[in-house]
Design a protein around this ligand. Sequence first.
Ligand code: GNR
Ligand code: NI
Length: 174
Amino acid sequence: MTLRRILTLPDPILRKKSNKVEKVDKNIQNLMNDMLNTMYNAPGIGLAAVQIGVLKRIVVIDISKDPEKKEPMYFINPEISWKSDFKESYEEGCLSIPDQFAKIERPSKCIVKFLDYNGSKKELKAEGLLATCIQHEIDHLNGILFIDYLSKLKKNIIIKKLSKNKKELERIVV
Ligand code: GNR
Ligand code: NI
């Protein structure tokens, strides 16, 4: 297992649409192991492949509260087949938008269809934090970030802050 670097804004790769996985093989499973490892290390509760620069429709999630008890979930080609009309807001963060948080409103429940770690077809009804996280991750696969739901003003403030931080870091590294 390898730790991969997590891309952060304003990296343009984060805006690309990821491609469907045609076959779940050892390479895909290795990639998912790397993603999980990278997510736990960050730490975060979800990660989309595009966040480590791989444009494949793959998501890993672990929302278990106890870090000792790992409960990894794997979603390949996830698709939302139903979402509730009822919406709820959660304070969201994103490993690709470091140190920025905002309340985002999304459907409180959803049903997601996907392939699991072994490539078997699955369907899952999600609610609460899991429903939020799945929707946040599927947005990543379509090049969408949580700041896209904010006002232009709030979004621009966050983008400017991150660009500034990145430039300052580059100056230190060089
Ligand atoms: O670690 C994460 N926490 C989180 C909190 C609320 C809503 C969504 C998330 S996902 C985020 C990790 C991440 O950036 N996944 O893409
Ligand atoms: Ni994210």
